[in-house]
Design a protein around this ligand. Structure first.
Ligand SMILES: [Zn+2]
Ligand SMILES: [Zn+2]
Length: 101
């Protein structure tokens, strides 16, 4: 586990195994589905990093495209497919867009 991973960790997990052995590890959570995992060196798990959210994601098949959890919940509420990406927001210089006359 690298120093970098430790500093970016979003939490710490305390796990007790079946024989009472205790394990403590830094955790990260996915910026797209909120899945939380314990950092394990050499686990072989492929995780990703979203450059839009600037946060790690779990590497799950639904998480390689940037659809943050808030957007997923909005999609479900609006009856859209869960993985519909957010609409592109256009910045209009000079204040709020005026209504068409
Ligand atoms: Zn995920
Ligand atoms: Zn993202």
């Amino acid at each position: 586990m690298s120093e970098l991973n430790h500093r970016k960790a979003s939490g710490t997990a305390f796990v007790t195994g079946p024989w009472g052995e205790r394990f403590e590890g830094a955790t990260l959570s996915c910026c797209h589905c909120q899945f939380t995992w314990v950092l394990q060196k050499g686990s072989g798990k492929v995780r990703g990093f979203c450059t839009s959210c600037m946060r790690p994601h779990c590497g799950g098949s639904n998480c390689w495209e940037c659809v943050p959890i808030e957007q997923r919940l909005e999609n479900i509420e609006a009856g859209r497919p869960e993985l519909t990406p957010a609409p592109v927001k256009v910045f209009v210089p000079g204040g709020a867009p005026r209504p068409f006359c």
